[in-house]
Ligand binder design. Sequence first.
Ligand code: AMP
Length: 420
Amino acid sequence: MQTIDNFNFAGKKAFVRVDFNVPLDENLKITDDTRMRAALPTIKKIIADGGMVIIGSHLGRPKKGPEKKFSLQNIVEHLSELLGQPVKFVDDCIGEKVEAAVAELQPKDVLVLENLRFYAEEEGKPRGLAEDATDEEKAAAKKAVKESQKEFTKKLASLADAYVNDAFGTAHRAHASTALIADYFAPENKMFGYLMEKEVKAVEKVMKDINRPFTAIMGGSKVSSKIDIIENLLNKVDNLIITGGMTYTFTKATGGNIGNSLCEEDKLDLALDILKKAKEKGVNLVLAVDAKIADAFSNDANTKFCPVSQIPDGWEGLDIGPESEKIFADVIKNSKTLLWNGPTGVFEFENFTHGSRTVGEAIAEATKAGAFSLVGGGDSVACVNKFGLADKVSYVSTGGGALLEAIEGKVLPGIKAIQG
Ligand code: AMP
């Protein structure tokens, strides 16, 4: 497989698919440029070689063609600051105007194309269908956009000599620029960017190349959204800590009182099934034993600690308690591979961050002692950033959905397109 390090971009045009889907405020100013910074090593390598960088990305979720708030023009100035050189922009991503801009490129130039998703063909999903469209109309529209997607992809590919995918955040999508485009490049001319390489390696470390004991900490709100991952992890981990709002569905399923705590009534059997499977597979499934409970879903609510199965009516568990913290931290500190996805409680409220902080700190300590730790999925990334632990874990993934699908054991189209 070709690697970016082995490729000499001198005099070559590279189409680099990045994930510049950054948050913008109401004045269209970038509020968090993490994703842009993450792609800089790849862009800089191409520039240093004397190549020409053609940047493709999506921004937001445009559903009806061009809109100013979704224009990639909004990020050009900041990219220029980050790179310390001028950056060109063209207000389309295919067609004559773009071809002309590309033809003018000189070695070391950087050109940003307009939002790829201004075309329905990027995602390959029909747009503008009437709400009362029949199934036949829907099928016909789908077929039409899939057809025109081929032409769109071909045009994008024709802009460059090489294809570099550095957009892990969209690697789980089989879109034109993230996957389909790779077919138009010979194996020696397509490769991952540095960010993708790091993400793929980090995922492999927790999926294939596992140092044991392996502990996964799955938090967050709902069992239903994490069930596929949990089932896959049961085949891989030695310890599975299930925490956050999911806790109470398990507590209720086993006969505990959970007061007003979050609970998915229709997932009680599923919770019992997970407990049974964990036992059969010899996985140490760890649940909280105590909770920090509140008399309202609010940072200012009255709080106290109680056993997780004895939550009084009118109270709800919004974080784990001190005994659970100790149990979780002990398991974590004795691990050699760690995966963390999802907080132990409502970490957005300052008074319910303690459990998540303790978990983050235990992971940092284990990492210091030689464990490999991968933190991913929006909220746990927010947690490690909030607690200043981002550089104390082995790897913080930039992928939300993509990371979760990889952990579910799915083959990501963006990765397959390069790896074959
Ligand atoms: P998810 O998006 O599924 O990873 O869930 C993250 C969300 O779960 C965060 O917004 C947390 O506030 C929420 N959460 C964690 N623990 C609890 C809890 N005990 N009760 C309600 N929400 C929770």
